[in-house]
Ligand binder design. Structure first.
Ligand SMILES: Cc1ncc(COP(=O)(O)O)c(C=O)c1O
Length: 415
């Protein structure tokens, strides 16, 4: 169960998001549905902004890949966040949410010419560049467009983030960033660049990081690279990656993260940026689902839900656990272990095995916690299942910020 300050709590035995009963959302909007708390979201941004202090004017660029709904982006924009994007689709979403170009950083290892041109046109703050070839393409396109592109070189600091291998990005063997030899190759081209202003460095070593050591190692490497660079480095992008408490992990809080940034960069004259996604939106979203049918095989019970791996992929993809909460607290104290699974035709479509739950009937409502990040954005229509709805709660009212997909949505591009 999420903490009350992440927007979810029990009132009179019924799970609420802020002042709205989750059961009411299920009744009005149906299931599965992603539910987000607006006030908890703003609160997390405020906590991080306060913790970062003002000395290095550290700007938060929200990693749009974590949750890209334009209404969520609007809330974040009004709280002072920019956007970290990895495609021009995300640039489009950011612009619809009225995030100004100068508050957009463009990350990603394979930006196409079309995407670079669109970034230039939008006047984005900076391109985080990952190869000499990409840099030369930006130079060519910016020159042709009669503009100057701001660039930060993404350093690969060869740091083990000690996270799931699929979300580790800062090791030499990973495809991301520039190794020292690649940086030197770029430095040899500096004098030839006419339409590119290389003014910064960036790094991002992975996601769901729960202790300070990998951050400190990576940022120290960034500082060293900045001090040795043959150009004036005025800006450092420290990446995202701060983890959240999915189960019983020890949390590294927003406050500690902000304090660590302040401590590491104190007295250094760099303007800073960070690209958090999960730590901002993860805890303030739940996936609301309904029990479709129960099944027993020997001593093993299965609860089959109407949400599946196409709606929330993380358990199947990473073996991640999203703790489940009953929308209505049970009267009984008799709990037995069951496997909570989805309806998709894959054995990996399982949320949790052996979770202790009371006897439930079809129609019972359950909600998976910490589902705000990489939930809806990783959803698909696999098994021809329309994607879920999304709801944003604000106090005692809520708004459907994305309607449930329909069967027509499944085939509209095929007609
Ligand atoms: C370049 C970059 N920045 C930021 C993020 C956001 O990471 P997180 O959601 O862990 O904060 C990612 C995610 O993988 C990323 O690849």
């Amino acid at each position: 169960m999420n903490k009350t300050d992440d927007g979810f709590s029990y009132l009179s035995g019924a799970l609420h998001c802020e002042g709205v009963p989750m059961a009411r959302i299920a009744e009005d909007v149906g299931t599965p549905t992603y539910v987000y708390s607006r006030n908890a979201l703003v609160n997390r941004v405020r906590r991080l902004q306060t913790a970062l202090g003002t000395e290095n004017a550290c700007q938060i660029y929200f990693a749009v890949k974590a949750c890209s709904n334009i209404h969520i982006l609007e809330v974040l924009r009004s709280a002072g966040c920019g956007a970290d994007i990895v495609s021009s689709g995300e640039l489009f979403r950011a612009s619809v949410a009225q995030i100004p170009g100068e508050l957009v950083v463009f990350s990603g290892i394979g930006k196409t010419e079309k995407e670079i041109s669109e970034g230039l046109k939008a006047g984005i703050h900076i391109f985080n560049v990952e190869s000499l070839a990409e840099l030369l393409t930006i130079e060519r396109l910016a020159y042709a467009a009669g503009t100057k592109a701001r660039v930060a070189l993404r350093v690969n600091p060869n740091v083990d983030a000690k996270t799931h291998p699929y979300i580790s990005t800062g090791l030499k063997k990973n495809k991301f960033g520039l190794a020292p030899s690649e940086l030197r190759e770029i430095y040899a081209h500096l004098e030839k660049l006419r339409a590119v202003n290389i003014c910064g460095l960036s790094c991002h070593i992975g996601s769901q990081i729960l202790n300070e050591a990998p951050f400190v190692k990576a940022w120290k490497e960034l500082i060293k690279t900045a001090q040795e660079a043959p150009f004036d480095v005025t800006y450092l992008d420290l990446g995202g990656g701060l983890g959240i408490r999915y189960q019983r992990e020890k949390e590294y809080s927003l406050e500690r993260f902000g304090a660590l940034v302040q401590k590491t960069f104190k007295g250094l004259n760099y303007k800073l940026g960070i690209e958090p996604g999960r730590s901002i939106i993860g805890p303030v979203g739940m996936l609301l689902s309904q029990l479709v049918v129960t099944k027993k095989r020997g001593s093993r019970g299965f609860y089959i839900l109407d949400a599946g791996m196409n709606d929330l992929l993380r358990p199947a993809l990473y073996g991640a656990t999203h703790l489940v909460s009953l929308v209505e607290l049970p009267k009984t104290r008799k709990f037995s272990p069951v496997d909570l699974v989805g309806p998709v035709c894959e054995s990996s479509d399982s949320f949790q095995t052996g979770v202790r739950l009371p006897a439930l009937k079809a129609g019972a409502l359950l909600a998976f916690g910490n589902a705000g990040a990489y939930g809806m954005t990783m959803s698909s229509q696999y098994n021809s299942r329309p994607r879920p709805a999304e709801v944003l709660v604000d106090g005692s009212s809520y708004q459907v910020i994305r309607t449930r997909e329909t069967y027509a949505d499944l085939i509209q591009r095929e007609l």
